[in-house]
Ligand binder design. Structure first.
Ligand code: PBG
Ligand code: ZN
Length: 338
């Protein structure tokens, strides 16, 4: 016998057709940005153990991956360069013939319509693995830290050289104070006023970056990144970081990592009008892959649910190692039903 309930939300969940009609959040290939790790050499595909399906690629191989990204109509790709030689100031990052500049040039030549971003940070290029130049060595070597303002100078130089190579967007990820303003100024003074900046504005000092550091060979040789990346406990500070980057001229902002910081993403969405990106980081990817390999979760459904959660929380763009898989799923008649 049926009660005369007026409100029955289940009426709108009875079939796939009605669920599709009232679905509030959709994931599209154009929302996805695929990260690539580029290394010197030819014909190299060196798998990253803690990130099944991800490999370090020589430029020729990166072009194959980039072609897939294009064919699947992703939003774009983001490049990370791992140079042959690392040194204290990360020279290769601002070398016109450096690894990332070569990758940008060749990918943009082969695939001019593919949107190519470049992570703009020094940890992959320095021999100590920190995100910039270090302060002078003190008697107590433990106190060496990243020199903020000296790093701004070389960040601007790196960004300009990526611009010269033909990149479509630079994405500074080093959490230096004033990095957006410094990069904006360097770009503008060198004929790149049209090149946008996606700032990793809100980047936490997270254990979820572990597998990435294997992929990018960028673990700090000493200490950690807590003097520049944010304390995971802080939400208000994230608002301040974001406001500063907006004031400095960031075109888009990023929150990183993703899953553990959806509250921060939502709050930024409610406060700002800028497009927002989220980074579904290496540790998040590794956890999904590991559980899926053990048969403990349904990978496709979990991944689609995570992507939907990022968009529901307010992301316009998702940087994710799952990008090709998700796009394939969506193209193969995926309903987006997570
Ligand atoms: C470099 C950088 C990192 C990531 C993106 N850019 C690592 C770090 O800060 O140590 C992490 C990405 C990931 O974990 O997938 N600053
Ligand atoms: Zn860095």
């Amino acid at each position: 016998m049926s009660h005369s309930l007026i409100h029955r939300p289940r009426r709108l969940r009875r079939t796939a057709a009605i669920r599709r009609m009232v679905r509030e959040t959709l994931v599209q290939p154009a929302d996805l940005i695929y990260p690539l790790f580029v290394v010197p050499g030819e014909n190299i595909r060196k798998p990253v153990t803690s990130m099944p399906g991800v490999a370090q690629l020589s430029v020729d191989q990166a072009i194959h991956a980039a072609r897939h990204a294009r064919e699947l109509e992703l939003g774009g790709i983001i490049l990370f360069g791992i140079p042959e030689v690392k040194d204290p100031t990360g020279t290769d990052a601002r070398n016109p013939g450096g690894i990332i500049q070569q990758a940008i040039r060749r990918i943009k030549t082969e695939l001019p319509d593919l949107y190519v971003m470049a992570d703009t940070c020094y940890c992959e290029y320095t021999d100590h693995g920190h995100c910039g130049i270090l302060t002078a060595a003190h008697a107590a070597a433990m106190h060496r830290d990243v020199d903020n303002d000296a790093t701004l100078e070389i960040l601007g130089q790196a960004a300009v050289s990526y611009g010269e190579a033909g990149v479509d967007m630079v994405a500074p990820s080093g959490m230096m104070d004033g990095m957006v303003a410094a990069i904006r100024q360097a770009l503008d003074h060198n004929g790149h006023s049209g090149l946008p900046i996606l700032s990793y504005a809100v980047k936490y000092a997270s254990a979820y970056y572990g597998p990435f550091r294997e992929a990018a060979e960028s673990s700090p040789a000493f200490g950690d990144r807590r003097t520049y990346q944010m304390d995971p406990a802080n939400r208000r500070e994230a608002m301040r970081e974001a406001e500063l980057d907006v004031a400095e001229g960031a075109d888009m902002l990023m929150v990183k990592p993703g899953l553990a910081y959806l509250d921060v993403l939502r709050e930024l969405r409610d406060r700002l009008q800028h497009p927002l990106a989220v980074y579904n980081v290496s540790g998040e990817y590794a956890m999904v892959k590991a559980a899926a390999a053990l048969g403990w979760i349904d990978e496709e459904r979990v991944v689609l649910e995570n992507m939907t959660a990022f968009k529901r929380a307010g992301a316009d763009l998702i940087l994710t190692y799952h990008a090709l898989d998700v796009a394939r799923l969506l193209h193969n008649g995926g309903t987006g039903d997570p």
